[in-house]
Design a protein around this ligand. Sequence first.
Ligand code: OAD
Length: 245
Amino acid sequence: MPDRIKRAADMLSNARKVTVLTGAGISAESNVPTFRGKDGLWKNFRPEDLATPEAFKRDPKLVWEWYKWRRGIVTKCRTNPAHEVIAKMESRFSSFTLVTQNVDGLHRRAGNKNVLELHGNLFKARCTKEGTIMDLDQGDDPLPKCPDCGALLRPHIVWFGESLDPEILQKAFAASVSCDIFLVAGTSAIVQPAATLPLYARQSGAPVIEVNLERTALSSMVNISLTGKAGEILPRIWEQMGDCE
Ligand code: OAD
């Protein structure tokens, strides 16, 4: 493992264009629940009741209540060393793209400015009539409404059965096929199209480094697979990269 961490650090030190893809595992050490782990959200809740357009049509109050509960959890959380290293990377490389599946906003809180949020954001809402995206201030309202037109708002989250924002996805693909190194951390790499981004990078000739608590569907295809906590491994990589504060 120390050798592989050193190799990853050397590869990153020599890179100019870096793309990072993160998933729920990056926020696990901040105590944000993941989706598929032992205590993952999808072990305790049914996505078809809470995270589909049909669920929202059937029971919008229940769906809003669930997202409010999740926002409450995240509001109390703090960023962890994995977020902090990824934030420092943004200023370290001449070209850096962070693509995240996380909706918790913790990467921005840690200091990343340029974040492609593939699956939306818990703290944003969207007008069901006009599609306007806005910061969310739900307060005690079980069914928040659009301040402009009065229509029902919905969480700004990509639900099962929905497409990703094509502009964000296009930027994520472009950053994946043009980087020198692709780092993927804390994702089970099961959900598409996010899971194909490292494969595009690999096909375009960029080495892929994976950091995860356990082996994933990607592990056998990456160049360096680092098994352990992102909040421990990423700081060790950062320490070994030259010219870092
Ligand atoms: P998952 O819950 O599927 O996977 C979390 C991954 O993080 C697993 O592979 C864990 O082994 C790993 N992990 C857990 N703790 C870790 C730690 N401390 N350090 C490193 N790795 C750790 O979450 P995602 O892959 O993000 O979609 O799931 C993808 C999407 O599925 C989510 O964005 C969500 C969900 O349905 C939407 O909400 C639209």
